[in-house]
Design a binder for this molecule. Structure first.
Ligand code: UDX
Length: 432
């Protein structure tokens, strides 16, 4: 099957890798000429485990190519995936203009029947708008569908080959059959529904994941007030198969390019429908409050009362990426925490295994260390923001010796409190 993929970002490239690996002829199109040139040379513009290998292998096998020409991409394609970005606008709603532009370009170049599939997370109801727009620009027969993605950064390729479910949103039987055939080699339960339900499955899933995280963070506050341990409480809750143990880790809340954007979009879209989504507003508020609570915890641990003056205080920050195994710092808690600490006059030395280059663009003037030990040297406290595996393996004796004061404030609860006390640390986590 010939497949066109519009947009060569995270979702587009992963989709291209999967369907070319499954033997289809895939062509990726993007308006960014520079990006396409790099992809043609075999350079992958994002860090995602195994993605480069898949793209390379399938390009060499002649099954995968890239172009800036909609004409070349759309010509003869039976399925066209729209994978362009839907960035947040100032009111929180997603900006659909990239989707609409892409659909218009596709329509203008359509020469035979195709199924156009929305993969981007987009406002419910965009289906009708797209149908009208495409019909205006082509006389060819086409069908519209929505197949949302549920990829996690860092495991995007693996997730795509082993999905829990494949959602196919279309009420048209011909389009449904084409999409079922295309996805046939992949595991996972099939959910067949209409376009709007498919779109809502994506929003509702992300909203529910965020709710679990904020719930755990709210319970963490109760744990701190009562002396209970949130790790044990979540373990005890998660064993119940009706609840499930994933996404119950209390910490610094959710960040990244998806959850924060999708939660505020869902609140704004619900408000347009005259529904005040108070539950999600609270989820978002708890998430935002985690940052200020954590900064207060740092200043309190140093013996300062809030509001505080941290002038001359050196703080070692471990972890900048929004989660481990990525260099992505979009909506990362680290950025907000560093900003607040700098505003209080603190001096920051940061270390992250992958995300320092990206962070230098935001904070060119803080210090960057080459490992956790040099970050800790002469610092008044060490702060853990991302739970990279290498931090769990640190030589804590060496860290304690390097620190000016043996204080660790851990936003991800990676160590056992009792063991840290035995090692001579003043150790503060979230809800433990
Ligand atoms: C997420 C969804 O998982 C994915 O299905 C969707 O398509 C895109 O958004 P991703 O942004 O890659 O994927 O990150 P994910 O691994 O889900 O983590 C999201 C955030 O939640 C991270 O900041 C993480 O640190 C935080 N988190 C996760 C917690 O704070 N506690 C948890 O228990 C789990």
């Amino acid at each position: 099957m010939k497949i066109a993929i519009i947009g060569t970002g995270y979702v587009g490239l992963t989709t291209a890798a999967v369907f070319s690996e499954l033997g289809n002829e895939v062509i990726g199109v993007d308006i960014d000429q520079d990006k396409i040139e790099r992809l043609k040379k075999g350079e992958v513009p994002i860090f995602e485990p195994t993605l480069a290998e898949y793209l390379d292998r399938n390009s060499k096998a002649g099954r995968l190519s890239f172009t800036t020409s909609y004409k070349d991409a759309v010509d003869g394609a039976e399925v066209i995936f729209i994978c362009v970005g839907t960035p947040s606008q100032s009111d929180g709603k997603p900006d659909s203009s990239f989707i609409l532009n892409a659909a218009e370009e596709v329509a203008k170049n359509l020469k035979s029947y195709a199924v156009m599939v929305i993969k981007s997370t987009s406002p419910i109801g965009i289906g009708q708008q797209l149908n009208d727009l495409i019909a205006k620009h082509t006389k060819e027969d086409f069908d519209l569908a929505a197949c949302p993605e549920f990829l996690r950064e860092g495991t995007a390729v693996e997730d795509s080959f082993n999905p829990d479910r494949i959602v196919i949103g279309t009420k048209n039987k011909k389009a449904e059959k084409i999409l079922l055939d295309l996805h046939k080699p992949l595991p996972g339960e099939r959910v067949l529904c209409d376009i709007k339900s498919a779109q809502l499955i994506k929003y509702a899933s992300n909203a529910f994941l965020a709710t679990k995280i904020s719930f755990a963070n709210a319970i963490a506050i109760i744990c701190e007030k009562t002396g209970a341990n949130v790790k044990k409480v979540m373990q005890g809750m998660g064993i119940d198969s009706r609840i499930g143990s994933s996404f119950l880790n209390a910490g610094l809340g959710y960040g990244g390019s998806c959850l924060p954007k999708d939660i505020s979009a869902f609140i704004a879209l619900s408000s347009d429908l005259d529904y005040d989504f108070n539950l999600l507003k609270s989820v978002e508020k708890i998430n935002n409050d985690q940052i200020q609570n954590f900064v207060s915890k740092i200043t309190n641990s140093l013996g300062f009362e809030s509001p505080k003056n941290l002038k001359g205080v050196k703080i070692a920050v471990l972890g900048l990426a929004f989660k481990p195994n990525t260099d992505d710092i979009r909506e990362a808690p680290s950025l907000k925490i560093i900003r607040l600490l700098l505003d209080s006059g603190a001096q920051i030395t940061a270390y992250d295994p992958k995300a320092m280059e990206n962070t230098k663009k935001v904070f060119p003037n803080i210090e960057y260390a080459k490992n956790p030990y040099s970050a800790a040297t002469d610092a008044n406290a060490l702060v853990i923001i991302t739970e990279w595996p290498e931090f769990r393996e640190m030589d804590l004796e060496k860290i304690r010796k390097n620190l000016k004061k043996p204080i660790i404030v851990d936003g991800r609860n990676i160590f056992e409190k009792n063991r840290m006390a035995e090692l001579g640390f003043k150790y503060l986590g979230i809800g433990i």
